[in-house]
Design a protein around this ligand. Structure first.
Ligand code: NAP
Length: 306
């Protein structure tokens, strides 16, 4: 495998960055990986488990001479990090990110990127409910999409290199406009997470009434919601604060559909319910056919993939 970047800086050493590191090593990409996280505790864990070839203690050090810099921390922290690394970036380097929202990241980061450094936002559509430096694994991106968000001024060579890099980590790459990205993700990820958080919150309130039966008899539907609702609170707070419009738009539509289903239940309109559930079942089949999940009873997660 060819060397895409000689020196790669991972800033933030959680699920996504640690998975990137293990996938870089699995692919024998030949890069020297340098890592940095905010807390000394996380940096110590990284050193202990061999996460990154070198772990350093400052933002200035992590980006020094790096050919690729990956911002892999919660979205709310990205502007500060971008401001602090800017004076230390190597001319000709590429800066990318893995944030789950794109328009807000571009507005926060792009103004700080100096001339001569390429900024190409990105988002790997892969994750689990786990977080932190110990949660990553090399297969996370296999057969998953990574969306890159260049603009008209993006250097085609830099984009080509980043595309090949993500492909070497196992992902398929597509290019998307930031606003379209944020709308698509509001439908496929952000609104579903909010609904899961709500459902688990409601069940928790009810638990006081049902005396822990919610936990004891937890069935597949509720269990799946709890898995999603166990996701990192900081990351998801930032997603909703930064993808406000698209999420509210989708939640508005969701509420209308929910009212229609509520009415069908109240009026005993079985045909409406049956037709609706038939339509949604076809979507599940489509996802399996597209290779984005398996038909196994545990949704093929085996406790890992999200
Ligand atoms: P994570 O496991 O919670 O780890 C976050 C990391 O960022 C931690 O190492 C944390 O350091 C570090 N960090 C926080 N603030 C920082 C700062 N100011 N400077 C430097 N490092 C800082 O996070 P993750 O799940 O990998 O998510 C990272 C990004 O990927 C987020 O933007 C998220 O939207 C995106 N993403 C997540 C998923 C998912 O399913 N998890 C999927 C796709 C994309 P400490 O440990 O020292 O606090």
């Amino acid at each position: 495998m060819s060397v895409h970047y000689e020196r790669i800086a991972l800033i933030g050493l959680g699920l996504i960055a640690s998975s990137m590191h293990w996938a870089i090593k699995r692919g024998n990409l030949g890069a020297h990986v340098v890592g940095y996280a905010r807390s000394a505790e996380t940096r110590d864990v990284a050193r202990e488990i061999g996460l990154c070839d070198t772990v350093v203690d400052s933002l200035a050090e992590v980006v020094r001479n790096a050919d690729l810099v990956v911002l892999a921390m919660p979205i709310g922290a990205m502007e500060d990090v971008a401001r602090n690394i800017a004076p230390h970036l190597k001319p000709g380097a590429t800066v990318t990110d893995v944030g789950s929202v794109k328009r807000a990241v571009i507005e926060a980061v792009a103004p700080h990127i100096p001339d001569g450094v390429h900024f190409i936002p990105g988002h790997p559509l892969a994750g689990t409910e786990h977080s932190g430096p110990r949660s990553g694994f090399a297969e996370l991106f296999d057969n998953r999409w990574c969306l890159l968000v260049p603009d008209e001024s993006t250097d085609p060579d830099a984009l080509g290199r980043l595309t090949e890099f993500w492909e070497a980590l196992g992902a398929h790459v597509d290019v998307m406009d930031p606003d379209h990205h944020d709308l698509v993700l509001a439908v496929t990820s952000h609104a579903p997470h909010l609904i899961a958080y709500t459902m688990v919150g409601v069940a928790d309130d009810l638990r006081r009434v049902t005396d822990s039966e919610v936990i004891k008899y937890s069935a597949a539907g509720f269990r799946d919601f709890t898995r999603i609702a166990a996701s990192d609170p900081t990351m998801w707070r930032d997603v909703f604060l930064t993808n406000k419009d698209a999420t509210l738009e989708i939640l508005g539509r969701f509420t209308e559909e929910l009212f229609a289903l509520q009415r069908a239940i109240r009026t005993g309109d079985g045909e409406h319910l049956f037709d609706y559930f038939t339509r949604t079942r076809a979507i599940r089949r489509g996802i399996i056919e597209a290779g984005q999940d398996t038909a196994a009873p545990d949704f093929g997660r085996g406790g890992s993939k999200g």
